[in-house]
Structure formats: structure tokens, C-alpha cells
Ligand binder design. Structure first.
Ligand SMILES: Nc1ncnc2c1ncn2[C@@H]1O[C@H](COP(=O)(O)OP(=O)(O)OP(=O)(O)O)[C@@H](O)[C@H]1O
Length: 250
């Protein structure tokens, strides 16, 4: 695997996101090479919400990091919408520990003009703006990370299990926030989740990766508009996706 063969390009006429990873491998300290992703290719239209599912260790976070431009050491190419404003939520909140909540949000580009106050209020963060990350519970820190990603009004959103370990009511509110954001800003979204129901409720499309090395074993559109999706149909899709994931993990 060599750097010259990997490329992150602005879209050059493309408006969505296009991923064509032929190979991503990690070299272990022992010198052994472990392939994490092989032949993963897909394209998302502007505003398309795609949920990425697959067994633990199949390369979902690795894929998100490549799309975010945090990892260039892969074979293939990624085309990003051009220009784009990226919002990303990692599994861990990753806030700057020496900056207050307010500073963390503003440093990311959030401002009253981008609707920061509304998002802070929606996430119940108003009382915590002057706190430092070390003073926050994990749930609160996750909410700050979500506020930071949403408040820059991104048109490309990369979310790595953003709602995990939040209480059910808050997670539901945040899913609604996400849908509103996607609707108003046509944010092209890639969301990693282990929750099939969450994927069905949020995504226009579900991509399932195989066990390591991850490759695409399912790519399924979800009926839109969402209201047209009957509970019986949703149950059917859930069973179908769950069986793919179980097969991938076995
Ligand atoms: N920095 C690294 N160095 C070596 N191996 C790595 C590194 N990061 C990830 N891996 C390996 O790559 C594979 C894919 O990891 P990744 O975290 O992308 O999986 P995942 O699907 O996101 O897992 P989970 O659902 O458990 O979060 C795993 O085998 C992991 O051990």
C-alpha cells in the first residue's frame, strides 16, 4: 500500500461523495499486514443519508476516517463534494480539554449566525458553556461533540455511532435534529451504527459490510418518504438486514 495510489479529491463536477477504496491494510507491530477494507466502492448523492452496518472490526471507523481525510494510507480514491463543510462525530467526544464547551464549539466554526444558540438549547447545553470537557459526564461530552458537528451547518456529515449510550429520549431528539439538518442543508451523511432500527429510521440507504476485511455485501435503499414505510415493511427490512449482519459475523 503506498500513498501515491491514494487520493482525496474535491469533486470536480461531482456534488455528492464517491468512495472507491481498493485496499486498506494496517501493519501490526509484529510486521504482519492485516487487510481492513477491500474493494469498497459506493457513491452518495447530495443529501443522501447512508447507514453503514457490519460486525465489529469490519472497518466502519476506518472507512469514515478515510472519507474524513484523516487517513491517506490506502489504495483507491475518495471524491468529496466541492466545496464542502465537514461535520464529524467520533465514537469518543474528542473535545479540546483546555478549552471550554463554548470555545470548543466556536473554534469548530459554530456561531450564533450558524444557529449555535438553537442547537445549544436543543441539546440542553446552555448551563455548561463555561465548563471544561473534564468537568462533563460522557453523555454531556457526546452532546457537545454532536453540537459541534451540527452547528457548523455541514454539507458532509460523518457520524460514528453518535447516539450510543445516550438516553432513549435524547437519542430520539437528536435523530430528529439530524433529519432536520439533512433536510435544510442537504447534508450528505454517512452514519455508522449497530442499531438496525436506527439505520432504518434515519437512512435512505443501508450498506452492510462483511466481517474483516470489510467489503460490501448489502446495499439496500429504504423507502422514502419515510411515512410510506409501514411498520410491517420496516420489520421485514430489519429482519433482512439483521440476517445479512449475522451471516457477515459468522
Ligand atoms: N491504527 C490501527 N492499527 C492497526 N490496526 C487497526 C488500526 N485501526 C483499526 N485497526 C484494525 O482494522 C480493523 C477495522 O477496525 P475498525 O475500527 O475500522 O472496525 P469497526 O467496524 O469500526 O469496529 P467497531 O464496530 O467495533 O467499532 C480491525 O481489525 C482493527 O483491529
Amino acid at each position: 500500500m503506498s500513498n501515491p495510489s491514494s487520493d482525496m479529491s474535491p469533486a470536480g463536477g461531482r456534488n455528492g461523495l464517491e468512495v472507491a477504496i481498493t485496499l486498506k491494510a494496517f501493519r501490526a507491530a509484529s510486521g504482519e499486514t492485516r487487510v481492513a477494507l477491500r474493494d469498497v466502492g459506493f457513491a452518495l448523492k447530495p443529501g443522501e443519508v447512508c447507514a453503514l452496518l457490519g460486525p465489529s472490526g469490519c472497518g466502519k471507523t476506518t472507512l469514515l476516517r478515510i472519507v474524513a481525510g484523516l487517513d491517506h494510507d490506502f489504495d483507491g480514491r475518495v471524491w468529496l463534494p466541492s466545496p464542502h463543510r465537514l461535520g464529524m462525530v467520533f465514537q469518543e467526544p474528542r473535545l479540546l480539554p483546555w478549552r471550554t464547551v463554548s470555545q470548543n464549539l466556536r473554534l469548530a466554526g459554530a456561531s450564533p449566525e450558524t444557529g449555535l444558540d438553537e442547537i445549544v438549547a436543543a441539546l440542553g447545553l446552555a448551563a455548561h458553556l463555561d465548563h471544561f470537557p473534564g468537568e462533563l459526564s460522557l453523555g454531556l461530552a457526546r452532546r457537545v461533540a454532536i453540537a459541534r458537528a451540527f452547528a457548523v451547518k455541514p454539507d458532509l456529515l460523518l457520524l460514528d455511532e453518535p447516539f450510543v449510550s445516550l438516553d432513549a429520549a435524547l437519542a430520539m431528539r437528536l435523530r430528529a435534529e439530524l433529519m432536520a439538518l439533512v433536510e435544510t442543508h442537504r447534508a450528505t451523511t454517512l452514519i455508522v451504527t449497530h442499531d438496525v432500527e436506527e439505520a432504518i429510521s434515519l437512512a435512505d440507504r443501508i450498506i452492510v459490510l462483511s466481517g474483516a476485511p470489510g467489503r460490501i455485501i448489502g446495499d439496500r435503499p429504504i423507502e422514502t418518504p419515510r411515512l410510506a414505510l409501514t411498520p410491517a415493511r420496516a420489520v421485514g427490512i430489519k429482519a433482512e438486514i439483521a440476517s445479512l449482519i449475522a451471516k457477515a459475523a459468522s
